[in-house]
Design a protein around this ligand. Structure first.
Ligand SMILES: NC(=O)c1ccc[n+]([C@@H]2O[C@H](COP(=O)([O-])OP(=O)(O)OC[C@H]3O[C@@H](n4cnc5c(N)ncnc54)[C@H](O)[C@@H]3O)[C@@H](O)[C@H]2O)c1
Ligand SMILES: CC(C)[C@H](C(=O)O)[C@@H](O)C(=O)O
Ligand SMILES: [Mg+2]
Length: 355
């Protein structure tokens, strides 16, 4: 049976990294005997240019109908003063599809510790999963924007906190059994509800050790002791900031992928970086984060774990053995690095699942 993948290339380096991800998905599908049908739709700045909307109605319909959605990136200075912003399309899509759970893994592979600007012994063994709440908090609160005063409201309900905390607890159960909840409960009412809700749930997960950190302390610990973390669960804005910071632990923002999942329906898979207008159109973008997102699309979006393993193994092999892109100190063009990954897809060693 064919599975449908909607690609939203977006803006800036989005189309470049989306092309790399699509090529990898096609190569993996051929080797694993899978059938994917691809379609594309305008989104973000490209949606504004084509249809006057960052999330055109037809794009939303196509997204709802797809089995999984891949996004490159949106945004760019040409839309900074437009009445509508490309980023509104992204927030609108997350909300419309109910994608409340954003998984952002950050892993330092053995042999690649030197890619981080941090000390190698600090980042060695770091393997963190950031579970970011994605449809609440400051991003979606009441907004008022005037010339002399502006307002962004932040609200969280117990139900919203519970459902994302449960994702965090379950993820920790499948990993090292440690959940760190990050908030600002010394100042924010929403954070006090967050902390209480996480604590109330913890009795249902006796095999998970829970600790709490204020977000300022967590920001420091992420770069001083990244290996102390297993799963981090946090609200929308804190998760956005901490995941870009965590990219430093891995070596580049160009390395990290993400999955945005709801209770049902298609997931959205995108690198955590933006449209990088400073390097767009120069074939400099590292496609690794997009390829890692494609692997997450296979794992979480299409339930194809073997294909996901193959793609992840190929990406790791290319990062270990081949010329890397400029953000990682190498000289490879983005497309050349993508070719390296494609070559490793053919040879990647993948364990057969246990019978
Ligand atoms: N999910 C998304 O689509 C998303 C995410 C973040 C930012 N944005 C948007 O992107 C635009 C630019 O934002 P920004 O500059 O703050 O963040 P950015 O992530 O686009 O770029 C930050 C820095 O990282 C570099 N970089 C990013 N991705 C890279 C890659 N794959 N390879 C090599 N280097 C890479 C860029 O060159 C830049 O120096 C803005 O309009 C912003 O709103 C979109
Ligand atoms: C572009 C922006 C709306 C988005 C966010 O803040 O969620 C981005 O920074 C991300 O991390 O996906
Ligand atoms: Mg971000």
């Amino acid at each position: 049976m064919s599975q449908s993948i909607l690609i939203l290339p977006g803006d800036g380096i989005g189309p470049e990294v989306a092309a790399a991800a699509k090529a990898c998905l096609q190569a993996v599908a051929e080797l694993e005997g899978l059938e994917f049908t691809f379609s594309e739709a305008p989104f973000g700045g490209a949606g504004i240019d084509a249809c006057g909307e960052p999330l055109p109605e037809e794009t939303l319909r196509a997204a709802e109908a797809a089995d999984a959605i891949f996004l490159g990136a949106v945004g760019g200075p040409q839309w900074d003063h437009a009445p509508k912003r490309p980023e509104q399309g992204l927030l609108g899509l997350r909300k419309a599809l109910g994608l409340f759970a954003n998984l952002r893994p950050v892993k330092v592979f053995k042999g690649l510790e030197h890619l981080s600007p941090l000390k190698e012994d600090r980042v060695a063994g770091a393997d963190v999963l950031i579970v970011r709440e994605l449809t609440g908090g400051l991003y979606f609160g009441e907004k008022r924007e005037g010339d002399d005063e502006a307002f962004d409201g932040c609200s969280y309900s117990r139900a919203e906190v519970s459902r994302i905390a449960e994702i965090g607890f379950k993820a920790a159960q499948g990993r090292k059994g440690k959940l760190t909840s990050v908030d600002k409960a010394n100042v924010l009412a929403t954070s006090r509800l967050w902390r209480k809700t996480v604590n109330d749930l913890s009795s249902q997960y006796p095999d998970v050790t829970v600790d709490h950190l204020y977000v300022d302390a967590a920001a420091m610990a992420l770069v001083t002791h990244p290996a102390r973390f297993d799963v981090i669960v946090t609200e929308n804005l804190f998760g956005d900031i901490l995941s870009d910071e965590a990219a430093v632990v891995a070596g580049s923002i160009g390395l990290l992928g993400s999955a945005s999942l709801g209770a049902s329906g298609p997931g959205l898979f995108e690198p955590i970086h933006g449209s990088a207008p400073d390097i767009a159109g120069q074939d400099k973008a590292n496609p690794s984060g997009a390829i890692a997102s494609a692997a997450m699309l296979l794992r979480y979006g299409l339930d194809q774990p073997k294909a996901a393993d193959r793609l992840e193994a190929a990406l790791e092999a290319a990062l270990l053995h081949d010329e890397r892109t400029a953000d990682l100190g190498g000289t490879a063009k983005g497309s050349a690095f993508a070719q390296s990954v494609l070559a490793h897809i053919q040879t990647a060693q993948v364990m057969e699942p246990a019978q």
